[in-house]
Design a protein around this ligand. Sequence first.
Ligand code: CP
Length: 343
Amino acid sequence: MSDAPPSSFTRYPAGGEAFPHKDLTGISELAPWQILYLLDEAEQWVTLNRQATKHVDALAGLTIINAFFENSTRTLLSFEIAGKRLGADVVNMHAAQSSVKKGETLIDTAATLNAMQVDAIVIRHASSGAVRLIADKVDCPVLNAGDGRHEHPTQALLDALTIRQWMRARGEEEFNGLKVAICGDILHSRVARSNILLLSALGAEVRVCAPPALMPAAIEQMRVSPYTNFNEAIDGADVVMMLRLQNERMSGPFIPSAREYRHLYGLTTERLKRAAPHALVMHPGPMNRGVEIDSDVADSIERSAITRQVEMGVAIRMACLDVLTRRARGVPGWEPLKAEETA
Ligand code: CP
């Protein structure tokens, strides 16, 4: 990723490709302008999705497979809706009903999908790095819908789109200097990792907060400020992003009890007063109400962006599917841009 100061972004580099990647496996692969490009592309789909008729034929004739080896509600449904609204044929492959259960390897599954001449594969897998493994074996674009504790790039993109819309409603545009506190099970969270990479790439000031046992070693190397005291972490924060305890990725008990966790790390109305008066509350879902977040905060019309995040998820996934299939469709958007399109 470029180390250029975020405030001096070239929006789309002169003579460069609009989006040069075959796959979307992680935010770590994206330059800041490529993140902004995907956010900009998503805006048209936000508009479409708010209309009575939400369908275009951009991806007509294409086949997209959603291969989910782990449970999902939001990501699976939004990728399915995204593909269908773009006119593609969408097939969902659930691992529980697949030959994975009979001992088929991930590579053989990838070769099988590749042989079916599909046009994009969306993958969620419990193993970090599994999505990149498949992306290197198949011809079509592969999109990471969450791999282990590694990355969840479309979640970070939809979070950034949600934040940017909120900033624009307040008359602001730049992520530069925005104070974002990401609080919860940082150790096991792919959402935290992708958001840290994205938000710091765009110039935000990122704080992470977790109990000591749930804080990754050497997290400072990701250009974040670590906190174990929740009250200090959210002090003056513009955005408070809460994460659930990822019990499915824990090898044993990491916290004494859910009750004690809520006492020290739960976002309550009272505790939220420590954040900036305008602070936005976010959560990628699924939520554990009464543990990391109280219902009156999660359901607050003034403060919570949780349902808005879900809405932005469809638009971001439409943008990613559209952009990544342009090369195969032979439409503009991946070849060098014209001079007047560059900043
Ligand atoms: N945020 C998220 O990834 O939710 P799902 O697990 O429901 O897809």
